[in-house]
Design a protein around this ligand. Structure first.
Ligand code: G4P
Length: 288
């Protein structure tokens, strides 16, 4: 696929700070829970996690399963399970799957619990560090697990919060960390995935090009979504801008005689994907 080239610059210092905070606090926890976006489990994962987790037992949460293709989620579950990781599928917004979190942590840490009990440390809480890129749903998830407004949910990608412990009923403490991203990432694809799913602000990228490349991905993996939502037959020879134009034509986004507003179409496409109007689409599959 010939994707259009783009410049991506995203090197915020607070991401490095967050990484340092994880290194400093990892000793305090019994387990690490990574929250991933089920639509982009590869791009939403910190590639340093193996090192940062320092050998602690790990639970992977595939969140936003309400927006992901069930086939994709099943494939990722298999992929992570094969690596010996415990998996939980959630939709933190509605709360689906969240009630399985505490039992999953206890199962993951059964040895630790037995050890505490043998030492007579009954009631010692299990401590879990919660990690995830900005906007993946950490606050929403923690609020749902805690059953009250424990963490402050924010909708601004890149906004960091300080470290805080949140006590959950029945012996479970969560350590909420600011979202971490890469200290730097230089793959255009990762940048695009993060922008499409709102982990980074799309305005750090060129929206038209982002929309054009997204069109190419949709034509490849989910052409029916284009046919159904935008009522056009994606030409296999067209470039991404031409696909945007074809959709803009159908929408009647005319700027002048015979000229269509592809920027408006790019914004519409990204907005409608965000709102789930294109259906449940997973953008990355294992072993690609
Ligand atoms: P963060 O702490 O990791 O930064 O994320 P936060 O919980 O603030 O969630 C970011 C947005 O994602 C929130 O929406 C939240 O409702 C939504 N969200 C979290 N989990 C899920 C999920 O499983 N499914 C869906 N569909 N949405 C989820 P928001 O602030 O209202 O913005 P918007 O993205 O909904 O527009």
């Amino acid at each position: 696929m010939n994707y259009e080239k783009m410049n991506i610059q995203w090197f915020p210092g607070h991401m490095t700070k967050a990484q340092r905070m994880i290194e400093e606090n990892i000793k305090l926890v019994d387990a690490v829970c990574e929250i991933l976006d089920a639509r982009i489990p590869r791009s939403s994962r910190n590639p340093d996690i193996d090192r940062l987790a320092g050998g602690k037992p790990r639970l992977v949460i595939l969140n936003r399963t309400d927006l992901a293709d069930p086939k994709g989620t099943a494939a990722w579950r298999k992929h992570f399970e094969a690596q010996g990781l415990a998996i939980l599928e959630t939709d933190a917004k509605s709360g689906r799957g969240v009630k399985d979190f505490a039992p999953a942590v206890r199962a993951l840490l059964a040895d630790k619990l037995a050890e505490y009990e043998a030492k007579g440390q009954v009631g010692r809480p299990l401590r879990v560090m919660i990690l995830g890129i900005p906007n993946v749903g950490k606050s929403t998830f923690i609020n749902k697990v805690a059953g009250r407004k424990a963490a402050i949910a924010g909708d601004k990608p890149g906004v960091t919060r300080g470290k805080q412990w949140i006590s959950i009923d029945r012996g479970l403490d969560l350590l909420d960390t600011p979202g971490i991203l890469w200290p730097k990432f230089d793959s255009q694809e990762v940048g695009e995935m993060l922008a499409i799913t709102n982990a980074i602000k799309a305005d750090v990228l060129d929206k038209e090009t982002l929309g054009a490349n997204f069109m190419l991905r949709l034509r490849e993996h989910y052409p029916d979504a284009l046919r159904e939502r935008y009522k056009f037959e994606p030409d296999p020879e067209a470039n991404g801008f031409e696909l945007l134009e074809a959709a803009a034509k159908k929408r009647g986004f005319l700027v002048s005689r015979g000229e269509y507003d592809i920027e408006r179409m790019a914004n519409t496409l990204l907005g409608e994907y965000h709102d789930g109007k294109l259906g449940r689409l997973t953008l990355e599959y294992p072993n690609e």
